[in-house]
Write a protein that binds this ligand. Structure first.
Ligand SMILES: [Zn+2]
Ligand SMILES: [Zn+2]
Length: 322
């Protein structure tokens, strides 16, 4: 376990105009991005429609739910424990096999390749709720309409209309890592794996093609859809609704209701206060499945250099806000 160090990758904005690391996308790049995003965001809805039809005719069985739950846990951990706490914030270290596995697991969530995801997330920390934040809900002014527009933008609207995040500024460390670069390039392979695995598992267990289809739907497409909204709720709900024990310049919140589905990522005000802490649930009652998993893996030697915000640091922070 380590004392928290200052976050190395967060770059302070020099003023309200974000120039560092943020560039407008040219029209061609914007079109391509929109198409890829539309496909990865909309296809899971086709799966949902298929799932509803299937449910109507044959219902959902326990195996469907089990396949869904396993794949949900795998990909939510891949995003939270892998992309977010390990790669974006370097809040702990993992043995190479585990690191690779977590990146593959996170890629199966279809939220963009690991380098893209990390660049966007580090920019979010650099400009939290200010101009330059790729997905702040607070940049549309005040009033109900502005709040609703902000919630839409922060939840998923930004995916279709965002600036270019300069990789040289935000993810130079990852660009120098050949293994991560290779895993990043194989992004669509990992998405495919995330669809094939549950299909193969349910097909093998039931020894039927219907099982293959059900596994593909529940563990594949519908799971991608639910994990998308689970992760995106951190960007939208956890910057609007909830408590703010740490008075920060941004509007991040702790949201207890989302703690279970997000595996602890919704202690987001804690996270913005201590971005380098591998554990986000800082109070004993703040359930943080991802943080607990990291601690458990530390005990068996798969994880090391785990940074956790100390009680003293938390108290100091609350006495003297940022
Ligand atoms: Zn945030
Ligand atoms: Zn973060």
């Amino acid at each position: 376990m380590q004392q928290l160090a200052k976050e190395p990758e967060v770059i302070e904005s020099s003023g309200h105009a974000p120039s560092r690391g943020v560039r407008p996308l040219n029209e061609r790049a914007r079109r391509i991005e929109r198409r890829v995003t539309l496909i990865t965001v909309l296809i899971p809805y086709v799966g949902l429609a298929g799932g509803i039809l299937l449910f109507w005719n044959r219902g959902v069985n326990l195996l469907d739910l089990a396949v869904f739950a396993v794949m949900y846990a795998v990909t939510v951990l891949g995003i939270g424990m892998g992309f977010h706490r390990l790669i974006a914030h370097r809040s702990y270290q993992a043995v190479p096999f585990l690191k690779t596995t977590l990146i593959v697991m996170g890629s199966m969530a279809a939220q963009g390749p690991v380098i893209f995801w990390t660049a966007i997330h580090r920019r979010h920390h650099s400009y939290s709720d200010r101009e330059g934040d790729p997905h702040s809900p607070h940049l549309y002014g005040s009033g109900v309409g502005a709040v609703l527009r902000g919630l839409w933008h922060s939840h998923m609207g930004w995916l279709f209309n965002h600036e270019l995040t300069d990789w040289g500024t935000y993810v130079r460390d990852l660009l120098q890592d050949r293994k991560i670069f290779k895993l990043n390039r194989l992004y669509f392979v990992w998405i495919g794996l995330g669809l094939v695995l549950p299909a193969a598992a349910e097909g093998a267990i039931t020894r039927s093609w219907l099982g293959v289809g059900r596994g593909f739907l529940w563990g594949g497409l519908i799971r991608v859809l639910i994990v998308h909204h689970s992760t995106w709720s951190i960007n939208s709900i956890c910057h609007v609704f909830g408590s703010r024990p740490y008075q920060l310049k941004d509007r991040s919140t702790n949201n207890a209701i989302l703690a279970i589905p997000t595996f602890g990522e919704s202690w987001h005000n804690n996270h913005h206060a201590f971005p380098s802490s591998a554990v986000h649930g800082l109070e004993w009652w703040q359930v943080d499945i991802t943080g607990s998993t990291i601690r458990l893996l530390e005990k068996v030697g798969l994880v090391s250099a785990v940074k956790i915000a100390k009680k003293k640091q938390q108290a100091e922070f609350q006495e003297k806000p940022a």
